[in-house]
Structure formats: C-alpha cells, structure tokens
Design a protein around this ligand. Structure first.
Ligand code: SF4
Ligand code: SF4
Ligand code: SF4
Length: 235
C-alpha cells in the first residue's frame, strides 16, 4: 500500500492540538503505517513538497504566514484546518480585541491580527475544537482513507448533551453556549457539569439574538460577550 504523504503545519497557536494527536500514542503509531508524515516539526524536520493531506493548525497572523499558507495550499491535495485557531482564529485572535495601547506591551504590533485560515486559502475540511479531540482526528483520517466524504456536523452541542440525559445548565440558571455551538465533542463540558464556552464555533443556524437575550436575562450579558470574543466572534 502506498502511504499518503502528510504535512502538519504550525501557524500562530499553542501546540495543544498537535499534542492531542500524539496523545493517541499506539493508535498514532498504527496510523503511521498508512501515513507518511513528511512534515511535522514536533517529530522531524521536513521541507514543503507535494502532499496528499495537509493540516494547518493555528491562525494566520502575518504576511509570512499568508505566503506560507498559500504555498502549502498549492502543493496539497486535501487541506484541513485543524483546531479552533485555524478554523476560527481561536485564542490567538483574542489579540484582535486588544487596544493598540495595550498591544504595545505584548509581542504583537498594533497592526497584527489573527484570522482563520480560510480568509486566505480554501480548505476541504475543518476539524473543530480547542483542542481537537484525538479520537475524532483518528476517525476523520480513517474515513478519509476509506474514501468517505467528510462533512461538518451542523447540529449544536445541546443535541449531544440531551442524548446524554444531562441536566441542562441554562435551566439550572447557569451560563452555557451549547445552543449556539457546533457539536462533535459529545458535550464533554456540560457532561462534566461545566458550561460550554463555544470552542467549536457558532453554528450556521444559531439563533444568536435569542441566546444573547436569554443570557442577558439570566445576568450573563458580560460573560456571553467575553465568551464570544475568546473564539473570535463579534460580541
Ligand atoms: S485550537 Fe486550542 S489547543 Fe489547538 S492550537 Fe489553538 S489554542 Fe491550542
Ligand atoms: S447544558 Fe448547555 S449544552 Fe446541555 S442542553 Fe443545556 S444549554 Fe444545551
Ligand atoms: S462543550 Fe463546548 S466548550 Fe466544551 S468542548 Fe464542546 S464545544 Fe468546546
């Protein structure tokens, strides 16, 4: 069997998503029988070449990163945005909401902005989450190798949460972004009695106005604005 040539490219982000892949240890080694990781800095140095599958993790934050993303796109057949930084701008994009005055105290220049990969290059698929879920990553690879078409899960976290019979946090008077957030994480936060903070991004059909209204009524107006900003949504 000819192994697929794979590249994993780090842009502006922490390495949480990459660590999540490596955390799959044994299953990751199994994967390496089918995939040839030609470029993944955490494992080995590589050079940009022709790839069958590419993963961009991290937001685009500089001209150099724009050029690199375009070069990778040109050389990659199937490109995947990996994790919330790449898909949404994510944590890195919090700098977009920092004033120029405060930015001078950081490594960023006042002009820097972190944006989703898709602002500059087309991707074939988005694997959501901050961090991504290792098991979802492996499932995605197996589906891809089996020739299946990958599709975004369009439903909100609430659907998975209700299937798990969790007591609803909003109904208990607590904050939760589950109604407006893409599912796929098996509602892991509410499952553990913790509010969803929307790390997978806002669904296409989300009734944002209604959710904001409900959060305001419950005294969470400021918190909902903060939570939206974390993953680069206008509050
Ligand atoms: S999505 Fe989250 S865990 Fe993944 S690289 Fe970005 S900040 Fe780190
Ligand atoms: S706890 Fe959150 S995710 Fe679960 S049903 Fe309630 S609002 Fe939805
Ligand atoms: S429940 Fe919400 S915050 Fe938690 S992992 Fe899922 S999408 Fe992210």
């Amino acid at each position: 069997m000819v192994k697929k040539k794979v590249g994993v490219f780090k842009f502006t982000c922490c390495s949480g998503c990459q660590v999540e892949i490596l955390n799959q240890a044994e299953r990751f080694l199994e994967l390496r029988k089918k995939l040839d990781f030609k470029y993944m800095k955490i494992l080995k140095k590589g050079k940009i070449q022709k790839f069958d599958i590419g993963f961009i993790k991290g937001a685009i934050s500089s001209k150099e990163e724009v050029e690199l993303a375009k070069e990778i796109r040109e050389k990659t057949d199937y490109l995947i945005a990996l994790g919330s930084c790449a898909v949404l701008g994510g944590i890195s994009a919090m700098q977009n909401f920092v004033s120029a005055k405060n930015k001078r105290k950081t490594n960023y220049t006042p002009k820097d902005k972190s944006v989703p990969v898709e602002k500059y290059v087309k991707v074939e698929y988005r694997l959501r989450g901050c961090p991504i879920t290792g098991s979802e990553f492996l499932q995605m690879i197996n589906d891809l190798l089996a020739g299946k078409t990958l599709r975004d899960l369009e439903t909100p976290v609430c659907n998975e949460c209700r299937k798990n019979n969790n007591e609803c946090l909003i109904e208990k008077g607590e904050f939760c972004a589950g109604p407006i957030t893409y599912a796929g994480c098996k509602a892991i936060c509410p499952e553990n009695n913790t509010s969803c903070i929307g790390c997978r991004g806002i669904t296409k059909d989300a009734n944002l106005k209604e959710w904001k209204k409900k959060m305001k009524e419950k005294g969470f107006e400021e918190k909902s604005k903060e939570v939206l900003r974390i993953f680069n949504h206008e509050p």
